[in-house]
Structure formats: structure tokens, C-alpha cells
Design a protein around this ligand. Structure first.
Ligand code: 13P
Length: 341
């Protein structure tokens, strides 16, 4: 492992003014997104949609530091035969790859999940590196509910995240470590805070046990936020203040950067929260976005599967990327939302 090079890639992923585009939806998830806009999900429509994003020149060159791809996409070519990975590289962004294989039911823990994909991961990472991937992603899912999460679910997921991270670094690939505490329930922000704190503490404990170099990884956490069905929704200031307090209590300063998931927040909430956190300032790590839905919902709607809407889709994507890029520097303001580029 060359740690200096891993650290360089990690820092480039979280450079102020840029963030990561999570375009790594599995075929099942992208089908759900396409169903919502009445587009059939085929290998070709998935390619066309993602090619539209990666050819958004302004967004990709100015606001996007890296793109997380799904296995299908990393091997696909654009309509003109150029590999999609090359389009990303030519824009100046770094290609990355989702390497987990989704979640499975966790034995003895009803309602809880463990992420799969460690088998043969070393061999797969080698192939992804040869294809151009310089970072990877693994998502663990922790749900909040009555009597969950169990310590068992937190432990096995943290263990798997650290196993994955160590294998990535051995393959000279920067691991994005993503322990996502879902915002699906009716819990309040303090319950989210407490569960996320346990999850992050266990994750960093496992990372240490497995000798993962913290300088060569990126953390992708959820924010401290009330569940979507909570009777007490959180204000922007509260999310920002509690998320920073939470991260300061759990995330070592050696970690170069934190790139949040959007997790079902509205586009504008995801931007406002990131912005408010960066305004607090004096942080040991860089804070940016690694959004999926909060970057793509608008372009998906504008595109709706029609070739004549490609420019509109690219404009919508560029706008969201720009808003989040400003938020990564604490320079976003709500008034900017109305001026779609
Ligand atoms: P969302 O921003 O839609 O949560 O997706 C980010 C991601 O990569 C989840 O694994």
C-alpha cells in the first residue's frame, strides 16, 4: 500500500468546492427511480441516462470530484463507443466503484440486515483498479426501531466495513466507509444521534483493529436528523449543530474528509444542512457531499427518458451540483435556488 497516494486521492475527493456524485444505484434501485418517471429500465436506458450526467461538462469539471459507479456502468461504453470511465476521467473527476453486493437478512436478528460482498473482493478490486477505479464504496444499513439496532447488527456491519476497507487499501483503492443509519422511522433527532454515535464508534474501533490507515479513507455518514415520520422535525441549525458535535466525538482528525449521503432528505434540505455545517467552521476534516437522490432527482425528472430533454436534464444536474459545491464551502444561500442556470 502506498499511503501517500491514497491520501492524495482521498483529499482530491473532498477538495473544497467539489463533491461526489453517487450514481451507483443497483439495477433494482434505478428501476424504482425510472418507474417514477415512466422510463423502462434497460441496459441502454441506464447507459443513456448516466451518459447524460457524465457529459454535463460544467458540472463534471467544476463541481464533481468523483463518481461512484455500479458494476454494470463501469464496463459500459457511451453511444459513440467511448468507455463511460473515460468520459469521467476526461472531465477531471475520479471514477469510483460500489463493491458491496447489497444487504441480506441477519440471522438471529429479526428485521436487521448485514451487507454482503466480501467473497472474492480482492480479485474484483484488482479488475476495477485496472479499469480506472481509484476509490470504492461499501454501504452498511442500520435501521432504528423498537429494540433495534442490536449490538449484533452494529458489530457485524462494522466488522464487514473494516474488512472491505483493508482490502481496498491493499489494492491501492480509497475506501468510502458508509455506515448508514436510516431516517425511515418516527424517532427524534436525539435517538438518531445516540444510535449513530454507537455505530461510528464501533466502526472506528473495527477500522483500528484491522489496521486501516485512516489517512487513506473517506467516511460517508448520515447526518443527525429526525426520522421522516417523526412528530418533531429538526431545524437546519439543529441538524448542523448536532451532526458536528456527533462527528467531533467519534471521527479521528486523521480522516481526510467526510462526504455525506442524502438518505431521503429533500434536495434543498441536503444542501442547506451541508452549508450550515461548513459555516460552523474550524473542523479537523473537510465536509462535502456524496449524494445520490439529492443530486439526481431533479435531472431524472427533467430528462424523463426523452432524448430531446438531455440539455434540460444536464441543466438540472448542473444546478444541483453547483448548489452543493457552494454548500461545501458554506457559500450557499436559499435565494440562489431560484436562479436555475
Ligand atoms: P443518497 O444520497 O440517495 O442517500 O445515496 C447516496 C448513496 O450512495 C447511498 O449509498
Amino acid at each position: 500500500m502506498n499511503l501517500a497516494d491514497l491520501n492524495k486521492v482521498a483529499l482530491a475527493m473532498v477538495v473544497p468546492g467539489k463533491g461526489v456524485l453517487a450514481a451507483d444505484e443497483s439495477s433494482g434501485t434505478i428501476k424504482k427511480r425510472f418507474d417514477a418517471i415512466n422510463v423502462e429500465s434497460t441496459e441502454e436506458t441506464r447507459r443513456d441516462y448516466r451518459e447524460m450526467l457524465f457529459r454535463s461538462q460544467e458540472a463534471m469539471s467544476k463541481y464533481v470530484s468523483g463518481v461512484i459507479l455500479y458494476d454494470e456502468t463501469i464496463w459500459q461504453n457511451a453511444k459513440d463507443g467511448t468507455p463511460l470511465v473515460k468520459l469521467i476521467e476526461q472531465s477531471g473527476a475520479i471514477p469510483g466503484i460500489k463493491v458491496d453486493e447489497g444487504t441480506q437478512a441477519l440471522p438471529n436478528c429479526p428485521g436487521e440486515l448485514v451487507t454482503a460482498g466480501l467473497d472474492k473482493l480482492a480479485e474484483r478490486l484488482k479488475k476495477y483498479y485496472e479499469r480506472g477505479a481509484r476509490f470504492a464504496k461499501w454501504r452498511a444499513v442500520i435501521d432504528i426501531g423498537k429494540n433495534i439496532p442490536t449490538m449484533t447488527a452494529i458489530h457485524v456491519n462494522a466488522h464487514a466495513l473494516a474488512r472491505y476497507a483493508a482490502l481496498c487499501q491493499q489494492a491501492q483503492i480509497v475506501p468510502i466507509v458508509e455506515p448508514e443509519v436510516l431516517m425511515d422511522g418516527d424517532h427524534d433527532i436525539d435517538r438518531c444521534f445516540e444510535v449513530t454515535q454507537r455505530v461510528l464508534n464501533k466502526t472506528f474501533q473495527e477500522l483500528r483493529v484491522q489496521r486501516v490507515a485512516l489517512e487513506g479513507m473517506i467516511l460517508k455518514p448520515n447526518m443527525a436528523i429526525a426520522g421522516k415520520k417523526s412528530a418533531k422535525p429538526s431545524s437546519v441549525e439543529e441538524v448542523a449543530e448536532k451532526t458536528i458535535r456527533l462527528l467531533k466525538s467519534c471521527v479521528p482528525a486523521a480522516v481526510p474528509g467526510i462526504a455525506f449521503l442524502s438518505g431521503g432528505q429533500s434536495d434543498e434540505d441536503a444542501t442547506a444542512h451541508l452549508n450550515a455545517m461548513n459555516r460552523i467552521g474550524s473542523l479537523p476534516w473537510r465536509l462535502t457531499f456524496s449524494y445520490g437522490r439529492a443530486l439526481q432527482a431533479a435531472p431524472q425528472k427533467a430528462w424523463s427518458g426523452k432524448p430531446e430533454n438531455i440539455a434540460a436534464g444536464q441543466r438540472a444536474f448542473t444546478h444541483r451540483a453547483r448548489m452543493n459545491a457552494l454548500a461545501s464551502k458554506g457559500e450557499w444561500e436559499a435565494g440562489l435556488e431560484k436562479k436555475v442556470a
